[in-house]
Each structure stands twice: as structure tokens, then as C-alpha cells.
Design a protein around this ligand. Structure first.
Ligand code: PMP
Ligand code: GLN
Length: 384
């Protein structure tokens, strides 16, 4: 294994999902739903398979039906206009969109700023691109993990090429506010930075939280690559249909990298997701309401079990602090939890460069059936 990758080992998701299988514990670790997305979308995939649509290599940028649906989605929801032919690229999940963006846009030695804790593929993708990652730590304040804008400003140097953002944010559940995004956009324009923004949880926001794409702020459309994924929005994480929207030069650059990674992927599923994106607003509202109830169930259960809970404004994760339980090492806690309580969770420290800053935090996923969450909560109460 080359030196760029040795520090990363095996992803925590593989490790913890394997632990769930060997111990028979309830898996609230890796973020995937335990029920599939809409029947009509599955049927659309079957139809595409049967009709021979997408069974051979689809076009490099993605099938026109899906690119058109992605552009229509950005327009209808956010009033952002993208040309389906030049400004949309379909990828093998958001994971490939992130990797290809960094490989295409970062020169060796460039600095890439990412909000810490960050989704684990970010660090590996920055490393593969030869970039230097510069974490800016989100810190708990007033019940939520907050971005310190002064810290972000101070992290920018003449070598900074790109900001890698994520909102709604995995693992903290933070949704960046309009005021925060305004300031981030101002900094990006002032310092002439590119921004890659991972918005895979765009539809998973609760209560008063609002997801606002960074690309919709002044001066941002031409410097922003916006990433989405069907895995989260439609509960088909195994299909690996993701996408990005950006200005033509940026899309062309990312496509140069993407063509040598997978070339293309997910042929028949692309047609199905084109239909999914056109589902009525009620689908998205119902999905959100269902997840919100699950969030509340798990948050209340974790509170009763003695955790400090950061109630998430978005995503399907809740970050907890284990110190009230007399614990301080999330790794040790998560390795022991299947035996102690029959539940698997993720130690947030894996998402940090400053591991000590993440040590007491543990992430639980609530994208599971209500009965599964109830059983998990009952088991966790044994810890209190
Ligand atoms: N970004 C974030 C923040 C994620 O949590 C995930 C995975 N769940 C991804 C990207 C990867 O998405 P995909 O499965 O579409 O590759
Ligand atoms: N994004 C999912 C999570 O954060 C997992 C994706 C993966 O297993 N790579 O749990």
C-alpha cells in the first residue's frame, strides 16, 4: 500500500458493521436504512432492466433523463439553473463525486479545508489527490456543533485551493444557517477559493432548519461543485447513484478524472432515479416526518439512558457525549457496546484529525424501523 493511504486502514463502517454481524447486535453504526425506498422507484428500475435501458454502458455524463431530472430538481427546489448537458455529471455515488472533484481540482501540495469531524472518505480523497488537509473543528455550543467563522478565516492561507463543505453535516447533524453560509460564501469570493459542497442530506432536515445550497449565494455558482446522492434521499444506498452540478469548466474537469475511475455506473438505476426525483412533494415531506419521529424516539431514548444528546437538525445521525456515563473514550466504548448492550455505534473520533477533540462523542443512526429503534433504546437503558 502506498504512503498516501497507509494511515487510513479499514473504514470504520466496515469494522463496525462486521462487529454487528458477529455479535448479533443492533446496527446503529453505518448509516443505511433498513427498509427500501419507494416501490414505484424499484419498479422503474425493473422496467429499465427488462426494457434494456442502461444494461450497456450509459453515456459518460449520465443518461439524459437523469441529468434533466437533476437540473429540474435544482431549479424547482432552489431556483438554481443548470444546463443538463454541460453542468450536470452523474457519478458512482457521492463518494465518487467527492474523489473525482478533488483529483481534478487539487494540485499536489494544495491545502484543502474541511469541517472536522468529517465524513471519512474526505481525508482519503484529499490524500489521493496529493493535497494537504486543514481541518476546522466544529465545536459544541448551545446544543449544537458550531462553525467558528474566525477559525475558518484563519485557516485560509495562500496555498488554500478549496473548501470541502458538508451540510447537513455528518456526523453532527448540524445544518449550516443562512448567516453562516453567507459568511462562508463571502470568504470564498474574497479569497478566490473553489468550494466542493456535499449536500447528500439536503432533504433530511427537521423542524425549522432549512437547507440552502451554497451555490445559491452571490458569487458562488461559478466556483461551487454541489454534490447530491440518491442513496440518502430515496433509501437506495446500494444503487450508488450520485451526481454533481457546477459550471461547465468545473464539470469538464471533474469528468476528466471520473472517466478513469469508473467511466460510468448504475445504468438501469439511473433511469429509476430520474423518476424518483420527479416524485411529488408529499413523498419528501412524508419521508422527513417519518425520520423526524425516529430522531425524537432515539434522542429521547439516549437521554433516558444517560447520554448527553445533540439533537440533530438534519441527516440521519445523532451525536452523543458519553461523559455523563462516566466514559471518555468513544473507541473503547463502541468496541465494548455490542457486548454490554447489544448495540453498535460509531466513535466520532475517526472523523477527526484532532482525535482528542472527538474522543467523548459517539454517533447513532436513526434511519431504522421504529421497532428496531425501540428495541435498541430498551437495551441502551441498561447502561443508565
Ligand atoms: N457524503 C456524506 C456526508 C455521507 O454521509 C455519505 C455516505 N453516507 C456519502 C457522502 C457517500 O454517499 P454515496 O453512498 O452516495 O457514495
Ligand atoms: N455514509 C454512511 C455513514 O456515514 C456510510 C457509508 C459507508 O459505509 N461508506 O454511516
Amino acid at each position: 500500500l502506498n504512503r498516501r493511504l497507509t494511515e487510513f486502514g479499514t473504514t470504520i463502517f466496515a469494522e463496525m458493521s462486521a462487529l454487528a454481524v458477529t455479535t448479533g447486535a443492533i446496527n446503529l453504526g453505518q448509516g443505511f436504512p433498513d427498509t427500501d425506498g419507494p416501490e414505484s422507484v424499484r419498479e422503474a428500475a425493473v422496467r429499465a432492466l427488462r426494457d434494456g435501458r442502461g444494461n450497456q454502458y450509459p453515456p459518460g455524463p449520465g443518461v439524459p433523463e437523469l441529468r434533466t431530472a437533476i437540473a429540474a430538481h435544482q431549479l424547482a427546489r432552489y431556483s438554481l439553473t443548470y444546463d443538463p448537458d454541460r453542468e450536470v455529471l452523474v457519478t458512482a455515488g457521492a463518494t465518487e463525486a467527492i474523489a473525482a472533484s478533488l483529483l481534478a481540482l487539487v494540485e499536489p501540495g494544495d491545502e484543502v479545508i474541511a469541517l472536522e469531524p468529517y465524513y471519512d472518505s474526505y481525508a482519503a480523497s484529499i490524500a489521493l489527490a496529493g493535497g494537504t488537509r486543514v481541518p476546522v473543528t466544529l465545536r459544541p455550543a448551545d446544543g449544537r456543533f458550531r462553525l467558528d467563522l474566525d477559525e475558518l478565516r484563519d485557516a485560509i492561507t495562500p496555498r488554500t485551493r478549496l473548501l470541502l463543505l458538508n451540510t447537513p453535516h455528518n456526523p453532527t447533524g448540524t445544518v449550516l444557517t443562512r448567516a453562516e453560509l453567507t459568511e462562508i460564501a463571502r470568504l470564498a469570493v474574497e479569497r478566490d477559493l473553489l468550494v466542493v459542497t456535499d449536500e447528500v442530506y439536503e432533504h433530511l432536515v427537521f423542524d425549522d432548519a432549512e437547507h440552502i445550497p451554497l451555490a445559491s449565494f452571490p458569487g458562488m455558482r461559478e466556483r461551487t461543485v454541489t454534490i447530491g446522492s440518491a442513496g440518502k434521499t430515496f433509501s437506495f444506498t446500494g444503487w450508488k447513484v450520485g451526481w454533481l452540478t457546477a459550471a461547465p469548466e468545473l464539470v469538464a474537469a471533474v469528468r476528466s478524472a471520473k472517466q478513469f475511475l469508473t467511466y460510468v455506473s448504475s445504468g438501469p438505476f439511473q433511469y429509476a432515479i430520474a423518476e424518483a426525483l420527479a416524485l411529488p412533494g408529499s413523498f419528501f415531506a412524508d419521508f422527513r416526518a417519518d425520520l423526524r419521529a425516529k430522531r425524537d424516539l432515539l434522542c429521547e431514548g439516549l437521554t433516558a439512558a444517560g447520554f448527553d444528546v445533540y439533537r440533530p437538525a438534519g441527516t440521519y445521525f445523532v451525536t452523543t457525549d458519553i461523559r455523563p456515563l462516566g466514559e471518555s473514550d468513544g473507541f473503547a466504548f463502541c468496541r465494548a457496546l455490542p457486548e454490554r448492550a447489544g448495540v453498535v455505534a460509531i466513535p466520532n473520533a475517526v472523523f477527526y484529525d484532532h482525535r482528542e477533540a472527538g474522543a467523548p462523542f459517539v454517533r447513532f443512526a436513526f434511519c431504522k424501523r421504529t421497532s428496531v429503534l425501540e428495541e435498541a433504546v430498551a437495551r441502551l437503558k441498561a447502561l443508565a
